[in-house]
Design a protein around this ligand. Structure first.
Ligand code: PLP
Length: 376
């Protein structure tokens, strides 16, 4: 599809800044890209990346399933009448009440990575289907989960066996290669690790898993992305490894970022320009607390592509530092934005590819409200 976020189109919107603009067509296009490259897989949108009802509806209309991380996300899906059969609960340590609510709603599939969690699920959601989250190598990814989530490979079989003893269904195995991955073989390498696990599980314990959940991690081409991977390339390596498994469980995916990042833009205004400590700073009316949370210096500190809405510049370009409007020192978006040199107060900028992990992480720090959201 044509880029819905050209400067001309954004300028024509004329809303008060800051505001988000989303393209539902783009969301649908990305979902169908996953369907094309992973034709037999069930694609569960990891809704932690974006919970706007219009986006969830657009994905549901295309046939997407959903992965929730809490009972609160589940409530949003209930309101949209998404049935429990299309939902998986993917956080491996969950509040018991949230599991109970999900079970009552008809959610059957739950992640776990500890014996304690299995006991908890067996108590409040008896008979549920369990998939064990295994820790995998996430060194090539920007946001790493392996410190907090996932059990060691050697525990996968004992956990599935215990699930069965507790009256749960030993349904599957999952992993997450880390968000914003840069190794196209990351998913394949994780699958390769599972060959002996599946063989032993079948031969020694008589358990064949029904489902293999390859998680998320599929990257977006941000300004800070050094190696961009296409879904086609990832799928190629992944299926090559999958074919070598002793049998073929159903494949599930849990993409968050890659489904929605490109569908969103944030339009902001310059509220101040000043020279400070050898840099030219543009202060903006939105910052890390208004949706650009991932730009904060944490693990990778995402740098989004940024462009100016005013096109008639003869002044050349210049490097700027961009800061948000709050009184907080970490509210710095980047120190390396190349923009028209004469940009000044009142000019508007567009941050691109901000559809994931943006609106969901807003906080009203210093009282700045949530930017409005429009659809183009
Ligand atoms: C369990 C689980 N699944 C899926 C995702 C989505 O990951 P990504 O946005 O990298 O696709 C996450 C991200 O935190 C996750 O924790």
């Amino acid at each position: 599809m044509e880029n819905p976020f050209t400067p001309e189109q954004m300028a024509s919107l004329g809303h008060q800044t800051p505001f988000f603009a989303f393209s539902l067509e783009k969301v649908k296009e990305k979902y169908n890209e996953f369907r094309t490259h992973f034709p037999d897989a069930i694609v569960n949108f990891a809704m932690k990346a974006n919970v706007e009802p219009e986006i969830l509806t657009a994905l549901a209309e295309e046939g997407a399933n959903f992965e929730v991380a809490s009972g609160y996300e589940l409530t949003m899906l209930k309101e949209l009448k998404i049935p429990g059969s299309k939902i998986i609960y993917g956080t491996s340590v969950k509040p018991a009440e949230h599991i109970r609510d999900a079970h009552e709603y008809g959610v059957e599939r739950y992640a776990a990575d500890s014996f304690e969690e299995l006991e908890k699920i067996a108590n409040v959601a008896p008979g549920s289907r369990i998939y064990i989250r295994m820790v995998v190598d996430d060194t090539g990814s920007i946001f790493k989960f392996s410190e907090k989530f996932g059990t060691e490979k050697r525990n996968v079989i004992p956990l599935l066996v215990r699930a069965k003893e507790l009256g749960l269904e030993p349904y599957g195995i999952s992993f997450h290669v880390g968000s914003q991955a840069s190794n196209p073989r990351a998913w394949a390498e994780a699958i390769e690790e599972l060959v002996p696990v599946l063989t032993e599980l079948d031969e020694t314990n008589g358990i064949k898993i029904q489902m293999l959940n390859l998680g998320g991690g599929f990257p977006c081409a941000y300004a800070s992305t050094e190696v961009f991977l296409s879904l086609e390339e990832i799928a190629g390596y992944t299926y090559e490894a999958y074919k070598k498994l002793p049998y073929k469980p159903l494949v599930m995916l849990e993409p968050g970022r890659a489904l929605v990042a490109e569908s969103g833009a944030l339009v902001v205004s310059v509220i101040g320009r000043l020279e400070r400590r050898e840099q030219t700073w543009l202060f903006l009316d939105a910052g890390v607390y208004s949706g650009l949370f991932e730009t904060m210096a944490y693990q990778g500190s995402t740098r989004y592509r940024v462009s100016s809405l005013r096109s008639s510049f003869d002044a050349g370009e210049k490097m700027f530092a961009l800061a948000g409007p709050t009184g907080d020192s970490p509210d710095v978006i980047t120190r390396e934005a190349l923009l028209p040199a004469d940009i000044n107060v009142g000019d508007k900028l567009v941050f691109h590819d901000v559809g994931a992990y943006s609106l969901v992480a807003i906080c009203p720090f210093n009282g700045f409200p949530r930017p409005e959201v429009y659809y183009v």
